[in-house]
Design a protein around this ligand. Structure first.
Ligand SMILES: *[C@@H]1O[C@H](CO)[C@@H](O)[C@H](O)[C@H]1NC(C)=O
Ligand SMILES: *[C@@H]1O[C@H](CO)[C@@H](O)[C@H](O)[C@H]1NC(C)=O
Ligand SMILES: *[C@@H]1O[C@H](CO)[C@@H](O)[C@H](O)[C@H]1NC(C)=O
Length: 280
């Protein structure tokens, strides 16, 4: 049922020589993140962003209420008309979201100040299957999710989450649009993005690594911090060396995109052993 290009794309991004490196075939996802802050009954703000795994490719300008495209390929293969239509949809949604939450805050026992977080998108799995997801949380706790096209209250959300899902289910238009965005638009967009950004996404950049002293963990102890950054793709091996031989047992495999990585515990352990050996 899966088309050949889809399988090839999945193999290209998820499969390629991953077995040799012991890397798990993690799915690759495109998702939008919404953070809505409600300071009091009259002040609220939305923050929006779009991500390809840990790489941010979209922002949202709250003042002009327009999307910011952070990469030349952030629009994938969508036409300007379709992008404009989506922007308009998100503009209406974000405005409506604040209004609805403010109107119902009391009914759903939400006490100011509070923050609502949402994540929605789709992920391409090894083999070519694409799964969509949508989850919402309040103050860092799960609140609801969309499963199989319908609203599911999270246990942590209590009766409020059940009530919100009941209200959402009544708006058939909203549910249909959400379903379409998650199940049709998102997979199409994800594949378009992967094709459009292929050159950048498949480039290989060596990591830069450096050491710095960290905050002392206690009297007579020193903390050594190892930083690794700027590399692509995300899997990287870090190894502690003593003299010319590697201390083989301290091989650390980690997954982080161009961002700081601190291997403080290990560094501290190694440094302390080294320090004990040197100081009589
Ligand atoms: C609401 O919150 C905003 C932002 O924190 C603040 O500037 C404003 O004075 C607050 N308004 C009221 C009525 O408390
Ligand atoms: C999802 O919905 C379809 C059709 O409505 C149904 O056949 C399927 O069992 C559902 N799956 C789950 C996990 O609920
Ligand atoms: C973009 O690429 C995807 C994947 O190849 C394809 O399914 C879709 O039809 C293309 N065009 C648009 C406008 O989505």
């Amino acid at each position: 049922m899966l088309s050949l290009p889809l399988l090839l794309l999945a193999a290209l991004f998820l499969g390629a020589d991953s077995k040799d490196q012991g890397v798990t075939q993690d799915p690759i996802s495109f998702h939008l993140i919404q953070i809505s802050i409600f300071a009091n009954s009259s002040w609220a703000q939305n923050q929006g962003s779009g991500w390809l795994d840990e790489l941010q490719i979209h922002g949202w300008d709250t003042k002009s209420e327009t999307a910011i495209f952070l990469k030349p390929w952030s629009k994938g293969n969508f036409s300007e008309a379709e992008i404009t239509e989506l922007e308009e949809l998100f503009r209406v949604y974000l405005l409506g979201f604040i209004r609805e939450v403010q109107d119902h805050a009391h009914k759903f026992h939400l006490e100011y100040p509070f923050e609502i977080q949402g994540i929605a998108g789709c992920e391409l799995h090894y083999g070519g299957a694409i799964h969509s997801f949508l989850r919402g949380g309040i103050g860092g706790l799960d609140f609801l999710s969309f499963q199989n096209g319908s609203c599911q209250p999270a246990p942590e959300g209590g009766t409020s989450a059940q009530q919100v899902c009941e209200v959402i289910e009544k708006y058939h238009g909203i549910c249909d649009t959400t379903r379409k965005l998650l199940l049709e638009t998102c997979p199409r967009f994800l594949l378009g993005i992967l094709m459009a950004g292929k050159a950048e996404l498949q480039r290989q950049v060596k990591p830069e690594a450096w050491l710095s002293p960290g905050p002392p963990p206690g009297p007579g102890r020193l903390l050594l911090v190892c930083h690794i950054s700027g590399f692509h793709p995300k899997p990287v091996w870090a190894m502690w060396m003593q003299g010319h031989s590697s201390s083989v047992s301290w091989v650390i495999w980690t997954v982080l995109l161009p961002s700081l990585l601190c291997l403080m515990g290990f560094a501290f352990w190694v440094f302390r052993r080294w320090a004990y050996q040197k100081i009589p």
